[in-house]
Unconditional design. Structure first.
Length: 584
């Protein structure tokens, strides 16, 4: 037995070093083996857990609050090992800029007179200074800043709300105990170690909105109630201000479902549906559209001009959809031009998918790893074989439409189709039920298979939380691909900002990139109120251009940041002789 246990530990260690998908696949095989050989193994502990889950499920309000709170508490408990994340991707800084703007009680900021020095990706500088994104993600980041002083608290809040909303949504299709299982799956997969909770990029917020919309739609289909109509309107509003295009894959099937229910209802019931469903949804929709139009007017100067459009007009890079094209634009800064070329090259891949089949396959693997992985894929397949299009038709339609959107978009990050995340969980739960009920003669090993598979998902989370993750990172195989997009990033900018924050006074940092600079390692990001910021980050525009900026910020200590050279940060007026000679 000791040798067997040692062999098992070695297998876990080796699989975790390779990749968390490998660890999941190994666990799936182990679950099958245990279930077939020892279907009654550890039955009593499992039944105790299931009894406790049934007790909690009979109290849906407590269960809904509990699953969301549990995700938040577990992530907070991991802070000694996994600290509050710092932004890495340029998109994150853009969301944080808008969050800072909202936290100051403004929808946007006036353009800065020296704005050419501060240009960066995903930010507009004319006619106002703001993020190019709509304010869905930023609303939660701003709430975190206002409540506890940390934007990440807003990310954590959205993750907890997502988990609770998935439980509430699934209760419209399944008994409460099965809805609780789905919420636990979502919490394990996305609420602890995914980049949805460990970055500022977004994902949990549109997933929360999608769960609200689908759950409310199914309830309204069964029985029209004004409160569910208001929840549907709220979900659609949050989708519209976070991921409007991808949110349409949720809103469209929900609308078709409600329309079908209205048509099939007796004429006497239709007036009730109009009062309790259509009127509240239309009212919330009208208010939502009015607010979005007002927001666009304040930011772009026109109620029907999105910040996305302003950003594209200024910098030319296409949006992720195939029918948008690159616009010929000359850029002042080399890093911006590099990003433009990269975006254009990525966009060209949409025109010839066969030529770039390897990249398309990698994107598909990434989405599969994030939303299903080896273990949950088994149950998703059973959901499809079990007639998901008939039993859980709304979830199945949302799932298929999301896959279609992912197929045509340029970028296929998991948070792009986050509005459909709850549908994927619902299909998984349905597949587990079909798997267990498929053959009554083999029910014992099937139940054991589900139990041990869920246990192994917990093992994967523990492996990611343990020393194995650190060893894997040192070996060059971090294993992050199982839940996508989490990475250490370049800490130099964060370290430089922390160093400057300890020095009294205000600072101006002029960033000069070297020939090996990659556009993703962007340092020029600023707060909403640039002039009032302790640290201002600016691009190097040469001696004359820099002097103009230095005169504007005459009361600041001026620094030169060279991300590709050492020392990374030094006084601007104490540069090495060779740097001065190069400028001349």
């Amino acid at each position: 037995m000791a040798r067997l246990f040692s062999l098992l530990l070695f297998a876990v260690f080796a699989a975790a070093l390779r990749d968390l998908n490998t660890l999941e696949a190994a666990g799936l095989l182990l679950a099958v083996a245990i279930s077939l050989a020892f279907p009654r193994l550890a039955v009593r502990p499992f039944k105790r857990v299931e009894t406790a889950a049934r007790w909690l499920a009979r109290r849906p309000t407590l269960a809904m609050i509990g699953v969301g709170a549990a995700v938040i508490i577990v992530r907070l408990m991991l802070l000694p090992w996994f600290a509050v994340p710092f932004p890495i991707i340029t998109d994150e800084y853009s969301h944080l800029l808008l969050a800072d703007t909202l936290a100051h009680g403004r929808l946007t900021n006036p353009p800065h007179p020296m704005w050419q020095h501060f240009e960066t990706m995903h930010v507009i500088f004319q006619p106002t200074y703001n993020s190019m994104y709509l304010p869905g993600q930023a609303l939660f980041l701003a709430a975190g800043k206002l409540i506890v002083g940390s934007a990440w608290a807003g990310v954590l809040l959205s993750t907890g709300l997502m988990t609770s909303a998935i439980f509430w949504m699934l209760c419209a299709w399944f008994p409460n105990r099965w809805a609780l299982l789905g919420a636990v799956l979502a919490g394990l997969r996305w609420g602890i170690h995914s980049y949805w909770v460990n970055s500022y990029w977004g994902g949990a917020m549109p997933a929360f909105a999608g769960a609200l919309a689908m759950g409310a739609s199914m309830r309204l289909y069964k029985q029209p109630r004004a409160r569910h109509a208001l929840v549907l309107g709220l979900g659609c509003f949050l989708l519209a201000i976070s991921r409007p295009f991808e949110g349409f894959v949720v809103i469209l099937p929900c609308s078709v479902l409600l329309l079908a229910g209205f048509i099939r209802s007796p004429s006497a019931v239709r007036s009730l549906i109009l009062r309790r469903t259509m009127l509240p949804v239309a009212t919330v929709g009208l208010l939502s559209c009015s607010w979005i139009a007002y927001y666009c007017w304040r930011v772009t100067g026109g109620p029907f001009r999105l910040p996305y459009q302003i950003n594209q007009e200024m910098y030319g890079w296409p949006m992720t959809l195939p029918f948008f094209q690159s616009m010929p634009v000359s850029h002042r800064h080399a890093a911006m031009a590099d990003y433009y070329r990269w975006e254009s090259e990525e966009h060209q891949k949409l025109a010839d998918p066969l030529k770039h089949a390897d990249r398309n396959l990698l994107d598909i693997v990434t989405l599969w790893s994030f939303y299903a992985g080896p273990i949950l894929s088994v149950f998703l397949l059973f959901a499809i074989r079990g007639g998901a299009c008939r039993r859980v038709g709304l979830l199945f339609c949302v799932f298929l439409l999301a896959l279609g959107v992912a197929r045509i978009e340029q970028s296929r990050y998991p948070h792009y189709i986050a509005p459909a995340a709850a549908a994927a969980v619902g299909l998984t739960v349905y597949g587990i039920r079909v798997f267990i009920a498929r053959n009554s003669r083999s029910r014992a090993w099937r139940v054991a298979m589900v139990r041990w598979s869920l246990v192994w998902l917990g093992v994967v989370v523990l492996a990611r939380s343990s020393v194995l993750a650190d060893l894997a990172a040192r070996s060059g195989r971090s294993g992050y691909i199982s839940w996508c997009c989490s990475r250490e990033g370049n800490k130099l900018r964060t370290e430089a900002a922390e160093e400057l924050s300890k020095i009294p006074g205000k600072h101006l940092v002029i960033v000069r990139y070297g020939p090996t600079h990659h556009w993703m390692n962007e340092w020029v990001h600023n707060d909403a109120d640039i002039d009032a910021s302790k640290i201002v980050w600016a691009r190097d525009l040469g001696a004359a251009g820099n002097l103009e900026l230095i005169r504007y910020f005459h009361d600041r200590t001026v620094w030169l940041a060279t991300p590709e050279e050492a020392p990374v940060l030094r006084s601007y007026f104490e540069r090495p002789p060779q740097a001065v000679a190069a400028e001349r």
